[in-house]
Design a protein around this ligand. Structure first.
Ligand code: FES
Length: 208
């Protein structure tokens, strides 16, 4: 929440709580994806970049597909107009979310080879680039965890230089993650996205 909203919550708690209750309850009869897509469109309508990035991230996390986001933008043409749709598309391009790349639109999840298991350091974090996506891989004993490098806040691609030991800090708004558990341990409140994985013939595969 912004400093301004925090201030208003403190200065006018009753009015602001009523406002937030209204926002929460006004979509009671919509499924979550529809609600999220409408929220995304409202941020495009008022051209709030931070809000757009955040609501888009939430929509994707709750199951909206890139094709649905694009459809929602285009369907809102009568109220948004082309300029705002282009504005949102430029932000999408800047975010460079792998699922939005034209070759990935509508693609089904598939298994991808990451590395030889023997090449994974024990109790340390390794960083990989696989099919245009960056991954952090942590191995301890028989347990392997494969994390998306994209921040759960606004999908920033967290660079491997942001890693200090087992702590990963997103450079954008400083959400910090414990790479052993994937949990957010400072500033934010959502964990890193973890990919399903398996081992075949001594090779680590991950699926997305
Ligand atoms: S994008 Fe905001 S903390 Fe990572």
């Amino acid at each position: 929440m912004s400093d301004a909203l925090n201030y208003l919550l403190e200065a006018r708690p009753e009015a602001m709580k009523a406002y937030f209750t209204f926002l929460k309850r006004s979509g009671d009869h919509l499924d979550i994806r529809t609600r999220d897509l409408i929220s995304v469109i409202t941020k495009v309508a008022v051209q709030t970049e931070g809000g757009f990035r955040q609501y888009l991230t939430r929509a994707l996390r709750n199951g909206a597909t890139p094709n649905e986001v694009i459809d929602a933008l285009l369907m809102a043409f009568p109220v948004l107009g082309l300029a705002k749709i282009v504005w949102a598309t430029e932000i999408l391009l800047d975010m460079d979310i792998p699922e939005f790349r034209p070759e990935n639109l509508g693609a089904e999840p598939t298994w991808r080879e990451v590395a030889a298991v023997d090449d994974l350091p024990m109790e340390e974090v390794a960083w990989f680039e696989v099919d245009g996506r960056h991954l952090f891989v942590y191995r301890t004993g028989d347990d392997i965890r494969v994390y998306d490098s994209r921040c759960p806040h606004q999908v920033t691609d967290i660079p491997h230089l942001a890693l200090e030991g087992k702590r990963l800090t997103c450079p954008k708004h400083h959400w910090a993650f414990d790479i052993e558990s994937g949990e957010c341990v400072e500033v934010g409140n959502r964990p890193l996205r973890r990919f399903e994985h398996k081992i075949e013939n001594g090779r680590l595969l991950a699926r997305w």
